[in-house]
Ligand binder design. Structure first.
Ligand code: AR6
Length: 176
């Protein structure tokens, strides 16, 4: 799938329509990529998240919401909440993680954003096995992109080497 590109690095530097954040259901920030995004984008992002909280409450697992990207080069941030590994069955975890990718892409389409950068949702603090998560992510976005023409470029931005290597070999397989 030539619309998918693999990158090793920091997602906060991506010049894209939307950077996806691996948030928690409070939407009020945290560590990992969430902390990095709030630091890089500045307080405007938290302000926008607080407004969403006030209007709509917590964000359920698998769902996504959109805010400003503050000072980051991206246009918007899409905050999605990945499943915590061990809190539900393995198949339910897969389904919820796939929902994160699908719902984030659907929100990007709704907002006419044509490029999206994803971190490796749930594979940090939330403990989702990395290879399993990569397979779910690749399948979910590939299915979405084959049915959609508006997203032109999708980036998997891997921060750690293990995820980068996994995606590299799995994406090679899906291309051959
Ligand atoms: N750019 C890209 N990826 C990153 C960056 C970065 N700057 N920093 C970390 N990662 P995690 P989760 C990768 O723990 O497992 C937060 O506290 C990291 O290597 O950020 O979904 C939230 O508030 C890992 O592969 O998210 C939630 O409470 C991936 O991002 C909770 O953590 C995801 O790791 C969510 O846990």
């Amino acid at each position: 799938m030539e619309k998918i590109e693999l990158i090793r690095g920091d997602i906060t530097r991506m010049e894209v329509g939307a950077v996806v954040n691996a948030a928690n259901s409070s939407l009020l920030g945290g560590g990992g990529v969430d902390g990095a995004i709030h630091r890089a984008g500045g307080p405007e992002i938290l302000e926008a998240c607080k407004q969403i909280r006030a209007a709509s409450g917590k964000c359920p697992t698998g769902q996504a919401v959109i805010t400003t990207a503050g000072k980051m080069p991206a246009q918007r941030v899409i905050h999605t909440v990945g499943p915590i590994w061990g809190q539900q069955s393995e198949t339910e975890s897969d389904r919820l993680l796939a929902n994160c990718y699908r719902n984030s892409l659907a929100l990007a389409v709704q907002h006419k954003l044509t490029s999206v950068a994803f971190p490796n949702i749930s594979t940090g603090v939330y403990g989702f096995p990395k290879e399993r998560a990569a397979k779910v992510a690749i399948r979910a976005v590939t299915e979405f992109l084959s049915a959609d023409n508006s997203i032109k470029q999708l980036y998997f931005v891997c921060f750690d080497e293990e995820n980068f290597n996994l995606y590299e070999s799995l994406l090679l397989k899906t291309n051959n």
